[in-house]
Design a binder for this molecule. Structure first.
Ligand code: AMP
Ligand code: MG
Length: 348
C-alpha cells in the first residue's frame, strides 16, 4: 500500500484537514497527531474499517480501541447513558487526555470494544486532531500508531518506522505534547476506577469526583491479578533492548547501575537518568536525560522517544531510573514497568 504523507502545520490548512477527514469518511487508515501520542484512525462505525487497524498494528483482537470524537454530542449515540461523573469529567477535562468508559450502545461494532459491554471515548485537544475529527464528524477508532508491543509514537518518524506502507495516510503534525497515552477512567462502576494512569492524575480526578480508585496492579511489577483494562495485560511499550528499572535511594541506584556497566564491558548499555542524577553515571554507551524530577511532565514527554532511540543506537541493555508512584509518576511508572516486562530492582 502506498502511504501518503500530509504535513499539516496549522488548522488554517483547511484543504489538508478536509483531505484527511475525507479519507477517514472513505474508510481509509489515517494516522494523525494527538496531544498524547500519534493515533492510527479509522471509521469507528464499521466492523470492516476497524478491522484494518488490528491488521496494520498486529493488535490482538481482545484489546479494545478508544473512539475519538470532535464534538460532545457524538457521545450520546455511542453510549446507553452519560453518568453524572462522566458529565463532570467532560466539562473539566475535555477536550484533553482523559478517556472515559461508558456502557455501550449496541450499535457500536463488536471489534471496537473487543466484545465488552463498555466503550471507551475521548475528545483530543490537539488542534489538528480536533479539526480533523470535527470535519469528519464520525467516531474515529484510534489506538496508538505503533506496531503492537512497541513504544508508542511521539514523533512522525516513529510512525514511519512502524507503519509506512501499512496505512493510507500519515498526517505529520510535529512532536506530541504529553508523550504518554490518555488516562482511562471507568465511570460505569462506583466509585469510578482508573484503568490506565496518565497525565490526568488520580489526585486531580479525586478533586472533582471525591472517591476514585486505581487498579493497583497497574503499577505493580509482578501483579498476580489480571488488570481490569484488557489492553494492560499485554507486554507493551517494549524496545528491542532488555530494560531494567531501578528504584530507591538515587545515589544507590547510580552505584548499582555503574557496577553493572563495569561488569558488562562487552554489552552496549544505555542509561535513562534525570537532571538531578545524570552526573553520577559512569561508563554508559548512551546516557540520556529524561528531564528533571521536579517536572514529571517533561519526563513523560521524553520516555517513549528515548526508548526508541536506545534501539536505534543498538543498545543491548537499558537501565532506567524509577519515579514515585503518585501523580504523574504513576503514569510514567506504569509505562516503564511494562517496557521492562517486570524486570525491576527496588529498595536500593
Ligand atoms: P491504545 O489506544 O493503544 O492506547 O489502547 C487503548 C486502551 O484503552 C487499552 O489499554 C484498552 O484496554 C483500553 N480500553 C479501551 N476500551 C476499553 C473498555 N471498554 N474497557 C476497559 N478498557 C478499555
Ligand atoms: Mg497502544
Amino acid at each position: 500500500m502506498e502511504t501518503e504523507i500530509l504535513h499539516i502545520s496549522s488548522t488554517m490548512d483547511t484543504d489538508k484537514i478536509k483531505k484527511a477527514a475525507n479519507a477517514l469518511q472513505e474508510g481509509k487508515l489515517v494516522v494523525f497527531p494527538t496531544e498524547t501520542v500519534y493515533g492510527l484512525g479509522a471509521d469507528g462505525r464499521y466492523q470492516e474499517t476497524v478491522d484494518k487497524i488490528f491488521k496494520a498494528k498486529g493488535r490482538p483482537g481482545d484489546n479494545p480501541l478508544i473512539l475519538h470524537v470532535g464534538r460532545e454530542e457524538q457521545v450520546e449515540e455511542l453510549v446507553l447513558e452519560i453518568p453524572q461523573a462522566a458529565k463532570d469529567c467532560m466539562i473539566m477535562f475535555w477536550p484533553g487526555p482523559l478517556t472515559i468508559i461508558f456502557n455501550k450502545n449496541p450499535d457500536v461494532p463488536e471489534n471496537v470494544t473487543a466484545g465488552l459491554d463498555t466503550v471507551a471515548i475521548r475528545m483530543p485537544s490537539h488542534p489538528i486532531a480536533e479539526a480533523i475529527l470535527k470535519e469528519a464528524n464520525i467516531p474515529v477508532a484510534a489506538p496508538s500508531a505503533n506496531v503492537s508491543g512497541r513504544p508508542s509514537p511521539t514523533k512522525v518518524d516513529h510512525v514511519k518506522e512502524d507503519l509506512m506502507g501499512k496505512v493510507d495516510m500519515i498526517v505529520d503534525g510535529g512532536i506530541t505534547d504529553v508523550g504518554i497515552e490518555s488516562t482511562v477512567l471507568d465511570v460505569t462502576v462506583d466509585p469510578p476506577m482508573v484503568l490506565r494512569p496518565g497525565s490526568v492524575t488520580v489526585e486531580e480526578l479525586k478533586v472533582l469526583l471525591g472517591d476514585v480508585r486505581m487498579d493497583e496492579g497497574l503499577i505493580q511489577a509482578h501483579s498476580k491479578k489480571l488488570p481490569k483494562s484488557p489492553g494492560q495485560k499485554y507486554k507493551h511499550y517494549a524496545p528491542k533492548a532488555e530494560c531494567v528499572l531501578f528504584g530507591g535511594n538515587l545515589s544507590n541506584v547510580a552505584k548499582e547501575v555503574n557496577r553493572r556497566i563495569k561488569e558488562n564491558p562487552h554489552k552496549k548499555i544505555g542509561v535513562m537518568a534525570t537532571t538531578e542524577t545524570i552526573e553520577m553515571y559512569q561508563g554508559a554507551d548512551l546516557l540520556l536525560n529524561m528531564g528533571s524530577r521536579t517536572d514529571l511532565r517533561e519526563v513523560a514527554h521524553n520516555i517513549f522517544d528515548q526508548l526508541r532511540y536506545c534501539d536505534e543506537e543498538g543498545m543491548d541493555y537499558i537501565y532506567i531510573e524509577g519515579f514515585e508512584l503518585t501523580g504523574m509518576g504513576a503514569g510514567i511508572m506504569n509505562r516503564l514497568l511494562k517496557a521492562c516486562g517486570g524486570k525491576v530492582v527496588l529498595g536500593l
